[in-house]
Structure formats: C-alpha cells, structure tokens
Design a protein around this ligand. Sequence first.
Ligand code: SAJ
Length: 415
Amino acid sequence: MARFDKSICVLGLGYIGLPTASLLATRGYTVLGVDVDSRVVGAVQAGNLHFHEPDLDILVASAVGSGQLTADHVPAPADIYIIAVPTPFADDHAPDMSHVEAATRALAAHLRPGNLVILESTSPVGTTERIAGWIGEERPDLGPDVTRSDARIFLAHSPERVLPGRVLQELVVNDRIVGGIDTASAEAGAAFYRTFTTGTVFTTRARTAELSKLAENAFRDVNIAYANELSLICDRLGVNVWELIQLANRHPRVNILQPGPGVGGHCIAVDPWFIVHSAPEQSRLIQTAREVNDAKPRWVIDQVRSAADRFKDPVIACLGLAFKANIDDLRESPALAITAALAEECSAKILAVEPFVDECPASLSALLNVEFVGVDEALDRADILLLLVDHDRFKLIEREQLARKVLIDTRGVFR
Ligand code: SAJ
C-alpha cells in the first residue's frame, strides 16, 4: 500500500467525515479525526461506528487498528484539513453556518504556510470566501489575505456527493469538483483527491463548486416533487401511479423518479433552501418543489386517517421509519414524522416497525399509543398497513399476509 508522508485532520466524524477519515487512513495517510461529541470520539477511538453504513465498520476497525486513524476533541497540526461538519438550516430556512465557523476557527490556530484547507460540507455560495475571512481574523500573521501572502495557505471547496448506503464505493468512484479560492488552491485540492479517487477531478472556482452541489440536490428534489405531484394527480384520476411512471419511462428521453411519503434526509430536503435563501426571486421552481415535497406527508396522514375511520378500534402498522430504504438514518424522515403525527392525531393503536433500529426512537416512545414491534407481529395485528419505506425486508412480505388488511403503500412495493 502506498504510504503518504502527509498528515490529515478531518473535522466532523459524521456520515461523511468518518468514512473519509477511515478511507484516507487505510490509503496510508496519518489521520486525526476530530469531533465535538465525546460519544463519537470514544466510539471511533475504540474502532466502532456510531451509525450504520454498509462495510464501514470493517474500514474503521482496520484504520484504527493500524494506528493510522486516531480521534480527539480538538484539532492538531496537520498538512491538510478537511471540514465535514453539518450545515443545517434555521427555522426561517437560513443556513446555519455556526459549525463551519467553529471548525474553521479551531483549526486556524494550527495553520502553517503551505497547508491545504478543504471544505466538504454542503454550503451556500460564498462560504469558502467567508472561511478565508475567518482564518484571516484568527491568524493576522498569515497576512491580510491568507491566499496571497508568501506564507499562503491553500483553500478549496470540494462538495461531498456520496449516497448514504453506498458511501464507501462512491467516495472512491464518483467524479469530484474542486473549487479553489484561487487557481493554485483548486490545483492543490485536485492533486490531493487524485491520490485516492478513481473518478475524474474537475477544478473550478469555489463559488461554482458550492452552487454545483446545491444545484444537484435541488435537481433531484424538483424531480421527486414532479413524481409526488403525479401521485396526487393519479389518485384524483383513478390511475395507478407506479404503472403510469413505468410506462412513461419507456420513452427514451423520460426518466421520472418515484413518489414517496415525502423527502427526507439531511441533504435533499435542506440544500435547495440554501439556493432559495440566497436568490429568492429567481428560485420559484425550486421553492415550489420544496413545498410540494413537504406537503406529501400531510396527504399520507389524511389518507390513513380516513381509512382508520372505517374501523372501531383500528390498529395501524407503520412499516419503516428511516428516511429511505436499507439505512438506519432517521434524520428528517417523513416516515417518522408521519408515524408520530398519526399517533398524536388518532386514537388508534400504532405499531411502529423499523428493522434497522434496535430501540423505539425517542420521539415515538413518549407516545402512549405507540408500540415498537417486529415485522411479523405488525402483520399479525394490524388492520391498516402503511408502507413508508421500501426496505428489502418489506419486499419479502407475502401477498397472503396482506389479505383482509387495508394497504396504503406510499413506495409502490406492492404495486
Ligand atoms: N426519494 C423519493 N423518490 C425518489 C428518490 C428519492 O421519494 O425517486 C426520497 C428518498 O426516499 C429520501 C429522499 O428522497 O427520503 C432523499 O433520498 P436520495 O436517495 O434521493 O438522496 P440522499 O439524501 O440520500 O443523498 C443525496 C444524493 N444527491 C443526489 O442524488 C443528487 C447524494 O449524492 C448526496 O451526496 C447527498 O444527497 C448529500 O449528502 O447531499
């Protein structure tokens, strides 16, 4: 295996930072992973995972076992810094950049001339320039402009684009965009990514790289909104939406996505707002798509409630709580929100089922009419089956197990 004499500090050991840190460590870099959460630091120090991602447990154990990956609460001097902290939005959809700012200020103390700083967190346009400003404030000794003096550092944005559930493959094979604060920074960033990716690495300006990531996720959001809107139209017109989409997609230039109970996760449901927030007048379609997707859970809840009205003491099984198939991630999950809303709004018994999670999520366990049960028990007891996530496990359900039950299939598993 190639050994690199460079050291790397990865700030943020979440869904992107930890796989990235582990991959780099197993590729021969000396990596320090930094997180403000002591449970995360403790888990990584022990070579363990604090979330589920296929094969990541093996990679983390190997990276920590070899001594190439260590974890701590604070950064230390390194050659390359990668910022992979969360960028959520506030109630008014304004981006919350506090984690990026805190990570930048924490690493700034250690910067030395020639260091490379890479922002991987999905960020609004202009963030890389703001990072330069924060570094300048922390380190006036680096000169009035941190990228121009002789003691310069290199600063770039390379948005992560990996799909949860396929992170380890996509970290290596996906093409990468590296946007530099200047040309030398873009080239320095690209040279680094070329040491461990097989995809093509493209260089551009930092602002273009920032917007490209937001545009990719907004593209997907708009297309899912189209599928969700079609599902409402089909329901009104008595057409099977799954069959409709399958047939329409036989056209050589049509590729309609799948409707669902709404759009979840920390990316697609969040990032389009960063565009809307910075260019509200120009982003009418993107904004409407967000609204269409955000309205879908309420439509599902209303469907279930009218089905429940036909029973005296209905038992409703909510199959799946994760935000999408075959992962344990409950962040911004419409399935979880729908299950909680049904429990709050109906007097029905709610059976919550999530094969990827061991315990009832806190937001449901406080609700007295919710029971967290396995798939088979839910199938035995329920009057209404609400399929919310297309986990592979649910695809194994036999048709006979659905007999005499009302089925509301938001994912088209039993189309
Ligand atoms: N969904 C549908 N119908 C579809 C596809 C998805 O309802 O046809 C729903 C999913 O169920 C889920 C949500 O959309 O609730 C988002 O899932 P996803 O698989 O579309 O995307 P994420 O959030 O897991 O990952 C996305 C990816 N972006 C794109 O595909 C453009 C990934 O490549 C990014 O790295 C990631 O966002 C990110 O971190 O930004």
